[in-house]
Design a protein around this ligand. Sequence first.
Ligand SMILES: NC(=O)c1ccc[n+]([C@@H]2O[C@H](COP(=O)([O-])OP(=O)(O)OC[C@H]3O[C@@H](n4cnc5c(N)ncnc54)[C@H](O)[C@@H]3O)[C@@H](O)[C@H]2O)c1
Length: 327
Amino acid sequence: MKILITGCSGYIGSCLSNYLKIKGKIYFLDKDRPKSFTNIKKNFFKCNLNNLKNTERVIKKIRPDVVIHLAAKSTVNHKIKKSSYILNNIKATKNLIKAMNKFDVNKIIFSSTAAVYNENKKLIKENDYLKPISNYGKTKLFAEKEIIKNKKINYIILRFFNVAGSLTNSSIGEFHNPETHLIPISVFSALKNKSINIFGSNYKTSDGTCIRDYVHVKDICSAIEKSIFYFKKKKSLVVNIGSGKGTSNRRMLVTLSKITKKKVKISFLKKRKGDQAILVCSIDKAKKILKWKPRYSKIENILKDEISWSNFLIKKNINRKFLSVQK
Ligand SMILES: NC(=O)c1ccc[n+]([C@@H]2O[C@H](COP(=O)([O-])OP(=O)(O)OC[C@H]3O[C@@H](n4cnc5c(N)ncnc54)[C@H](O)[C@@H]3O)[C@@H](O)[C@H]2O)c1
């Protein structure tokens, strides 16, 4: 089996390339070179999916059995122009599909997101109302639709919730520049005795702070691995991948404080526009149909692995740049 991973130089792509153990060959594609701490040393194609000709050249050369499409403009940041999301989430996906169609490559696993949903007090199900708020969510939903409407393609659309944690055995983890996700920001700040910004303390939730569904990156990798084999059933699928459990910002920070044995400094700021109070998913479909379940996604586990990754970065003198945004 030949597998192509797009977006291999990003957080999930780096982890997946170390995690995947399949019989066959894995090829890698990204517009940026892989990070030095990954094991991607060969079969790498530096290619921007916005360029159709180059994309076609790679697909023609590899003719993969399955494409795992992780490449995207993935951070939610009001400073990023809408055109950048359109280019890297919609145009890039359209080009990839065109190239796949041209060379009879017909299986894709697409990394979608919780951001396609609107807030919901109940556990979010796959056929719930879709109403993305951010440009990120809107363009990811558009990309989903482009894939679904293509008659030649079998797809598995995985809607990831809040991915966090690291591969501790191989020291590979999240490294966005700037970092916008709450867990890496909180852990790094706590280890450096810096204060953590929490936006809003009067949401209609049990402790007034936002509630999110954190899922360990190892569980994300195992969901992707299960998806590769699901194609044998020759059916397409849209499925949530989360822990199925909500953790409030406050509870996450209390847990972090317990694990690090440090008093975590918190600054409560005003609510931000566009932040939803609760986003937690039902994982019944993933359990039933994909035969997947989360094994590492307890918040304590996620935080411990993030601490070990942050300590690795600190030891290597690698600084993390933060944007004061947490989603
Ligand atoms: N990290 C999360 O919490 C999370 C949650 C839900 C969904 N997702 C989705 O999972 C996927 C991976 O997320 P991540 O956190 O690893 O993102 P990331 O930003 O770390 O990595 C994305 C990678 O895609 C590459 N890329 C972007 N545009 C490209 C283009 N036009 N051509 C080629 N390469 C391009 C980037 O260079 C980068 O290496 C994304 O599709 C994201 O939308 C992530």
